[in-house]
Design a protein around this ligand. Structure first.
Ligand SMILES: Nc1ncnc2c1ncn2[C@@H]1O[C@H](COP(=O)(O)OP(=O)(O)OP(=O)(O)O)[C@@H](O)[C@H]1O
Ligand SMILES: [Mg+2]
Length: 411
């Protein structure tokens, strides 16, 4: 291992035959910018609807092609104690590379990276790996995680990302322990806004991109708790022309998928808006979208919370007790009302993500400052006027993933 970081592995840029392509996504043209390490510019893809082969996708992605040996060295042979987390795709390891040459460096020097290693066999894993390179290789935005590179060598499939030191929103909201203090109200609102901006950016691309897997584990946080969307393995190009939806196999995560998508497989940007509503509700309540440890009647967060969201007087029943009353009451009411709109049964009644961004801007601490009433749980509410699963399950069998939902083929 000692020689690892001095080894300049040859960066192979593999070219694969179109027949081995696993991408089910439409392609977009090679485009804008290079890999924008250290920059935070926003790029919108100039999209082409010409389907591309795997080789074209890999060659046009503005990211580095790593050798497996380089990533083995960068992660100290995928040391178990450097595992950052595990998901349906595989394990994620912490590693180090030189900021300029992107060659592996000694642990603790250079730039920190997160290396995701596919441990699942089969076509679906490869397809998600390729979709991730396809989308993140071209879409750049401050609220999307940066893809630095990939490795495809023999059976190895890896993805290399910027390292987000605070990990996933899921950990911050639901993990207990000294590492995870409850997120403050202000941070929750700022995370919601950042994630909303990421989704709005995807939907507003020239050909909109539907993310399809919006959930707390896919929202990563940087040092300043800025939210970045990760995991584009299920992303799809949105409908074009006069089409209202794209037809898909039903993929996603239990507890987050929109009802009409589950029923029909018809995917629209409004499916993402529903998932956003679920996450907003998780931020408000500190409860998981599905939790069978709760009393019966409270397993499904949306079903349980909906009646309370409809009443300003009852909203406090939904709010996370770990906030200890430290929130803006007006902000909480507006946010609950927004969540309710996002969770409308009919997609057309849900706001666009652009509208969600505007609404969330109104409840950010600075804008809200004059109206902010920090209320203590005990006093508050009697005066408030009334008003206003992972992995494809081929063959269609349902797989309950509990307590942590994961991507699944949902029917
Ligand atoms: N770029 C990153 N920086 C820091 N930690 C990361 C990064 N990417 C992933 N992680 C950590 O690794 C965990 C696993 O990520 P992964 O995307 O593989 O699975 P998941 O999102 O948790 O689940 P699923 O497979 O259902 O999407 C994340 O929850 C997060 O804690
Ligand atoms: Mg993920």
């Amino acid at each position: 291992m000692g020689v690892c970081w001095s080894t300049k592995g040859k960066a192979v840029n593999p070219v694969f035959s179109a027949t081995s392509s696993g991408a089910d996504s439409k392609s977009r043209s090679k485009g804008f910018g290079g890999i924008s390490r250290g920059t935070s510019h926003t790029s919108l893809a100039s999209l082409s609807l010409t389907p591309r082969s795997e080789g074209e996708i890999l060659q046009s992605a503005n990211v580095k092609s790593f050798t497996f040996n380089e990533l083995r060295c960068a992660t100290r042979n995928f040391r178990p104690d450097s595992v950052l987390g595990e998901g349906g795709f595989g394990s994620v390891f912490k590693g180090w590379i030189d900021e300029h040459s992107l060659s592996p460096t000694k642990a603790g020097t250079g730039m920190v990276i997160a290396v995701k290693r596919l441990n699942q066999e089969g076509f679906q894993g490869h397809r998600e790996w390729l979709a991730e390179v396809n989308y993140l290789g071209q879409l750049h935005h401050p609220n999307l995680v940066k893809l630095i590179g990939y490795c495809l060598e023999d059976d190895h499939r890896l993805l290399v990302y910027e390292f987000l030191p605070r990990g996933s929103l899921e950990n911050h909201l639901f993990r207990r322990g000294s590492c995870f203090q409850p997120l403050s109200w202000n941070l929750r609102m700022s995370v919601a806004l950042g994630a909303a901006r990421g989704l709005a950016f995807l939907h507003d691309a020239e050909t909109s991109v539907i993310y399809r897997d919006f959930k707390t584990s896919n929202i990563l946080l940087d040092t300043n708790y800025k939210a970045k969307l990760s995991d584009f393995g299920l992303a799809k190009d949105g409908p074009t022309g006069d089409k209202s939806h794209v037809s898909t196999r039903i993929m996603g995560t239990y507890g987050y998928a929109a009802p009409e998508y589950l029923a029909t497989g018809h995917l629209t940007a409004k499916s993402d808006v529903y998932s956003f509503g679920v996450v907003l509700l998780e931020l408000l309540s500190g409860r998981r979208s599905l939790d069978k440890n709760r009393p019966s009647g409270e397993h499904n967060l949306v079903e349980w919370a909906r009646p309370y969201l409809m009443s300003k007087r009852k909203i406090f029943r939904v709010l996370d007790s770990r906030l200890e009353g430290q929130y803006s009451l007006v902000g909480a009411q507006k946010t609950a009302s927004l969540a309710l709109q996002c969770l409308s049964a009919e997609g057309r009644l849900r706001p666009t993500m652009k509208e969600v961004v505007s609404a969330l801007q109104q409840v950010q601490p600075i804008k809200d400052a004059e109206r902010t009433t920090h209320v203590k749980h005990a006093q508050s509410f009697s005066h408030v006027p009334e008003l206003i699963q992972r992995r494809s399950i081929e063959g269609g069998s349902l797989k309950e993933t509990y307590p942590r939902p994961s991507i699944s083929m949902l029917n």
